[in-house]
Design a protein around this ligand. Structure first.
Ligand code: G4P
Length: 286
């Protein structure tokens, strides 16, 4: 990934999104942040916490169908220790979606109590759904609200440009106003997003990317690698490890060398499509 390019466009875009989110904060009760359960650190926007301030906040660990269940539980415990409610969701199959509304109500229990005390019953809770591109925001909104746009109403701040969705009479969602970028200027973040396919790898050296992925997978998931590729011990050097992988799959070129580009593409494809197994690359530091 080109850092130069990143540095040029990141701040401008973020400033606009930051302003748009800040403007909408007064209209909402809580922020639901969607993260990718496979990379819960890299799939977050580094400035979000500062932008939303003390607005109640919950986290949806999405794509948990592809993440390591044990690691997902550890992340949920970790967020809990930070005072943040988090739930695992799988927007592909709809798992975890029904728990969302109850979690919102739990997060907003105090506010609901205040509404009740003031006799304000029937006021829908409004939640802003935020997340970096590709994390599954549209999939989530489609799942929970059936994709149905809320009608444009004569309500302050609810303008045509805003993406409001009605879940039911108790809950309304607002899609991220603007684009919330990840921390692109961090190389590790860029790599981790590229592993999952969240950013295009057309401009990335895929052999290097596959080597970096292997460096993470070998210590974390030796059994899954052995099950899939029948390699019980990898060489220490990542390039040699990639060669061995290719050799195991018969990816040879003339002269008896391994076609490392094919091997790299194969590894990335199999990781992204969960063929190696349910994998979480970023762990809570225990
Ligand atoms: P965004 O609005 O945040 O940009 O993300 P979007 O919902 O478009 O989701 C990005 C990709 O992630 C989509 O795949 C979507 O199907 C997939 N996805 C979202 N949630 C989940 C999940 O919980 N599990 C899995 N396995 N995948 C999920 P795509 O390849 O871009 O499109 P398609 O496969 O749906 O055609």
């Amino acid at each position: 990934m080109s850092n130069t390019q990143t540095i040029q466009w990141f701040p401008g875009h973020m400033a606009k999104t930051r302003r748009k989110i800040s403007e909408q904060l007064k209209l909402i009760d809580a922020v639901a942040e969607i993260v990718d359960a496979r990379i819960p650190v890299s799939s977050r926007n580094p400035e979000l916490k500062e932008i939303i301030g003390d607005k109640p906040h919950l986290i949806l660990l999405n794509k948990c169908d592809m993440a390591d269940d044990v690691a997902t539980k550890q992340w949920i415990e970790y967020y809990k220790s930070q005072g943040i409610y988090a739930i695992p969701v799988d927007c592909k199959n709809g798992k975890g979606i029904p728990a969302f509304k109850d979690t919102v109500k739990t997060v907003l229990a105090k506010k609901l109590e205040q509404y009740r005390a003031k006799g304000m019953v029937g006021k829908p809770l409004r939640v802003m759904v935020v997340g970096i591109p590709n994390v599954g925001k549209s999939s989530f909104i489609n799942r929970i609200a059936g994709g149905g746009r809320a009608k444009v109403e004569n309500r302050p701040g609810v303008t045509r440009g805003n993406q409001w969705f009605t879940v039911d009479k108790e809950l309304e969602l607002l899609d991220t106003p603007g684009v919330l970028w990840p921390k692109f200027d961090d190389n590790t973040v860029g790599e981790h997003l590229a592993f999952t396919g969240a950013v295009t790898d057309r401009i990335i050296d895929i052999e290097l990317l596959a080597m970096r992925l292997l460096e993470l997978l070998i210590p974390l998931y030796p059994q899954l690698l052995n099950d899939r590729y029948k390699i019980s011990e990898f060489p220490d050097d990542a390039y040699d490890a990639l060669c061995l992988l290719g050799k195991k799959r018969g990816m040879m070129i003339r002269g008896g060398e391994t076609d490392t580009e094919r091997a790299a593409a194969m590894l990335l494809e199999e990781y992204r499509n969960c063929k190696i197994g349910k994998i979480t690359l970023e762990r809570v530091e225990l």
